[in-house]
Design a protein around this ligand. Structure first.
Ligand SMILES: Nc1ncnc2c1ncn2[C@@H]1O[C@H](COP(=O)(O)OP(=O)(O)OP(=O)(O)O)[C@@H](O)[C@H]1O
Length: 528
């Protein structure tokens, strides 16, 4: 027990220090304050036996998602959610029915590694500078992003840095390879009016086997993709970014979207469908590009329509002959001259495809599609800009055989020779052909089921085979009739009126033909 004298002595000493402090000049106060404020954390850290590592959702450069965050998130959700009482569950549509369970915010879990204990906590987004204007590159809002905090004993520092964290990353790679779900991303403006990616699981049914096109061309594309996918070392050896640009062109309904699905399936890549109309300016575009992942196909559809918007800023709103431009492409709002910074420019777009920014990320395919290659800006199609131009064309016999195999399951037929001749003379798209074969085979399927019900019992194999042959014959005979009609109509349609219609609506010819085919189907009672 301290005596009264001791307390009095302590009180007097404090009073003396107080008096001394008050007589000191102001600048000495500041220095003393500075020394105390740096000493306190040092003293605390000296006595605190724990250390902490923060894994933020976005990286230091603030543009890109921190992959370590994703790694920890996946690792924790699979390895140690045991101690947490609040979890989140999500069904991943990866063909399995078990939901993925992840940690909810502010939940703590404990992991152990080589006898050492690790505490993980998911910290929520924290708003900073409330009320103030903050410039930020985080997606959408002026917030401090979410982060994981890892706490461990000081003596395990080397273990954590050299063994534990690398093992988390390794496990993450194993788990993602096992549970990979291909995704289709598209960008849209969020509440803060910034363009961000959202995604859905993506399992396109198309494969190269069922793609109706020239066989040699198909093989060439598959070879090109295979060489690209195996090209890591080659690209680093020649000092080129590991990316490839394709321009897919051809009339509507010739399979451009189907081709993208087949490529995604073949390479097992995600697809980013970039909607440029909801991107405000080049810096937003840059952020979107940097947010895409490796092993992906970045698609910009109908680049001819967008390209007018991108280039009109240079050309003005008038066409070369001085007339106002009146076509569907003008529906996209033009930028004001004073508002130059608020738009995406062609050079901005190209800098990601093959400029400075294209080197950020690897194993990426840029895919531009257009129905009108003749309308593209020369800058976009100059040699070397796009690595490969792929033309998707009207359905000829070789492509028809692929569709006949897919839809009717036949490789030979007595009507094939006639169909080959007719397809050479008519510009029919694979979409039209596929639609016809599908409608007819569907109808035949219905009749087949009906007969099954009437009979009450399954028929013998021979009877079934005869029925199927009859259905196929009918289907192809009907298709031949349609092709003949289409051929006659294109021969009798006055070229002038066709040209006029084409001026007004560039796709008029195709739409006209589609309409005729649909009418014919209705007449035959095939339209669904
Ligand atoms: N080459 C093809 N091979 C197989 N199926 C095709 C092909 N082309 C079209 N199809 C069929 O037609 C449908 C429409 O084709 P798709 O959307 O791929 O054409 P597109 O060229 O992208 O048309 P658009 O320019 O109008 O977007 C597809 O779902 C597919 O069933």
């Amino acid at each position: 027990m301290a005596s009264v004298e001791t307390w009095v002595g302590f009180g007097s000493a404090l009073a003396g220090v107080g008096l001394l402090w008050s007589r000191m000049p102001e600048h000495v106060h500041d220095e003393a304050r500075y020394i105390i404020s740096s000493l306190v954390p040092m003293a605390m850290s000296y006595f605190n036996p724990y250390e902490q590592i923060t894994v933020s959702e976005y990286g230091e450069e603030r543009f890109r998602r921190n992959k370590m965050f994703d790694a920890v998130s996946t690792y924790l959700s699979r390895v140690c959610t045991g101690g947490a009482c609040k979890l989140k569950a999500e069904l991943c549509n990866n063909g399995r029915d078990d939901p993925i369970v992840t940690l909810d915010e502010n939940q703590e879990v404990v992991d152990s590694f080589d006898g050492a204990r690790m505490w993980w906590r998911l910290c929520p987004k924290a708003s900073k500078n409330k009320g103030a204007i903050t410039v930020t590159y985080y997606p959408g809002e002026a917030d401090k992003p979410r982060c994981f905090k890892l706490v461990f004993h000081k003596r395990h520092r080397q273990l954590v840095l050299n063994s534990y964290l690398p093992s988390v990353v390794r496990r993450w790679r194993e788990l993602t390879a096992m549970n990979r779900q291909r995704r289709l991303f598209t960008n849209h403006a969020n509440e803060a009016k910034k363009s961000v990616w959202t995604s859905v699981p993506y399992n396109p049914p198309a494969t190269f086997d069922m793609l109706a096109m020239d066989h040699a061309k198909k093989v060439e594309i598959v070879d090109d993709l295979t060489t690209f996918q195996k090209g890591k070392e080659y690209h680093s050896k020649v000092g080129k970014a590991w990316k490839r640009g394709y321009l897919l062109h051809g009339p509507p309904g010739t399979g451009k979207s189907t081709m993208i699905g087949a490529m995604a399936n073949f390479l097992d890549y995600d697809v980013y469908d970039l909607d440029l109309t909801s991107v405000k300016n080049n810096s937003e575009l840059r952020k979107l590009f940097l947010d895409t992942t490796d092993k992906s196909i970045i698609v910009i559809e109908d680049i001819d329509a967008i390209e007018v918007e991108l280039t009109t800023k240079r050309k003005g709103k008038k066409a070369a002959n001085g007339d106002e431009i009146h076509d569907k492409r003008m529906l996209i709002e033009f930028s004001d001259k004073n508002d130059e910074k608020s738009k995406v420019t062609l050079s901005g777009l190209l800098s990601f495809v093959d400029g400075l920014w294209s080197a950020c990320g690897s194993e990426r395919i840029f895919m531009f599609t257009t129905n009108h290659i003749d309308r593209l800006d020369p800058a976009l199609i100059r040699p070397g800009r796009m690595d490969k131009h792929i033309e998707m064309s009207y359905c000829r016999f070789e492509a028809f055989k692929v569709l006949a195999k897919s839809y009717l399951d036949i490789t030979e037929h007595s009507l094939f020779a006639e169909i080959e001749r007719l397809l050479d003379d008519t510009d029919t798209t694979p979409a039209d052909v596929a639609n016809n074969l599908m409608l007819r085979s569907k109808r035949n399927g219905e009749i087949s089921r009906l007969l099954d019900e009437i009979d009450g019992a399954p028929r013998a194999d021979v009877a079934k085979w005869c029925k199927r042959k009859r259905d196929t014959d009918e289907c192809l005979a009907g298709f031949v009739e349609i092709l003949k009609k289409s051929k006659m109509e294109s021969a009798t349609t006055p070229m002038d009126s066709m040209e006029e219609a084409k001026e007004e609506r560039p796709n008029a010819k195709e739409s006209y033909k589609m309409g005729r085919i649909y009418d014919e189907n209705c007449r035959l009672g095939n339209a669904s």
